[in-house]
Ligand binder design. Sequence first.
Ligand code: SAH
Length: 251
Amino acid sequence: MDELSLLADLHREGQRQGPGGVEETRLAIRLSGLRAWTGLKIADIGCGTGASSLVLAQDLKADVTAVDFLPDFLEKLDRTAQAAGLDHRITTHAASMEALSFADASLDAIWSEGAIYNMGFAQGIQSWRRFLKPGGILAVSELTWLTRERPAELTDHWMRAYPEVDTASAKMAVLEDNGFAPTGYFALPRHCWLDNYYRPLQARFANFLSRHAADPMAAELVAAEEAEIALYERNADYVSYGFYIARKTTD
Ligand code: SAH
C-alpha cells in the first residue's frame, strides 16, 4: 500500500481527521453571521469524513458541497449524511483543492477546517477567493503560534513540516493583503486536539498495525504520529489551530 492509502486507512474510521469540535464549528458559524442568511451555497474544502459539513448542513439553511480528494472519506460522509437525514443538503465531490471547478462568485461561504495547509494558507485563500460572492465568508482553521517565544523543539519541528506556520496577527495580515476583512478569530482549545482527535486516533493504532503487520511504512507512520502527539502534549501552550473568519471585500 502507498503512504496515502495507509493514511486513508488509518483516518477513515475517525469522526474527524484533524483537530476541531462541533462546538467550535458552531462558534465559527456564530462569528460568521451566516445563520441569518437563507439559500446558502457553501463549499467545505478538505472535508474528510465531514465533521464540519454535517454541522453546517444541520445548523444552516444551506446546500453544502463537501470536497476532498480521498473518495473513501466521501463515501463515509455520504453514509453518515443519509443516516442523519442530511443527504438532501450535502453533495460530496472528489476533487483536488488545487483544481476546484466552482463558478466564479457562486459561493456564499467557503469552509475549511485543518486542510488549507495542504496547499498553503496564502495560496489557498488567493486561489479560492474568486469562487466567493462579494461579501462572502471564508472560515478556515490553520496551524498558528499562540506566542512569540516558543521552545526550540516546537519551532524547529513545525518550521520543517509547515514553514507557513505563524502568529494570528501575521495570518490576519495575509487575509487583509488578499482581499479579506477578518471578522472573527479564536484558537481551538486543547480538548479539540486531545479528546476529539489524538486520543481516538491512538485508540486505532493497534488494529491498524495488525492490519498492516507486514508493512514497515505502517509502523513508521504510527511512530511519526506518536511523536507529533507527544510534541503537542509538551507544547500545547504555544501552538494550536487558529480559526479565522473573514469577509470577501469588493475588488
Ligand atoms: N476537515 C476535516 C479533515 C481535515 S484533514 C476535519 O476537520 O476533520 C485534511 C483533509 O484534506 C483530509 O481529508 C485530506 O484527504 C484532504 N486533502 C489533503 N490534500 C488535499 C488536496 N490536495 N485536495 C483535496 N483534499 C485534500
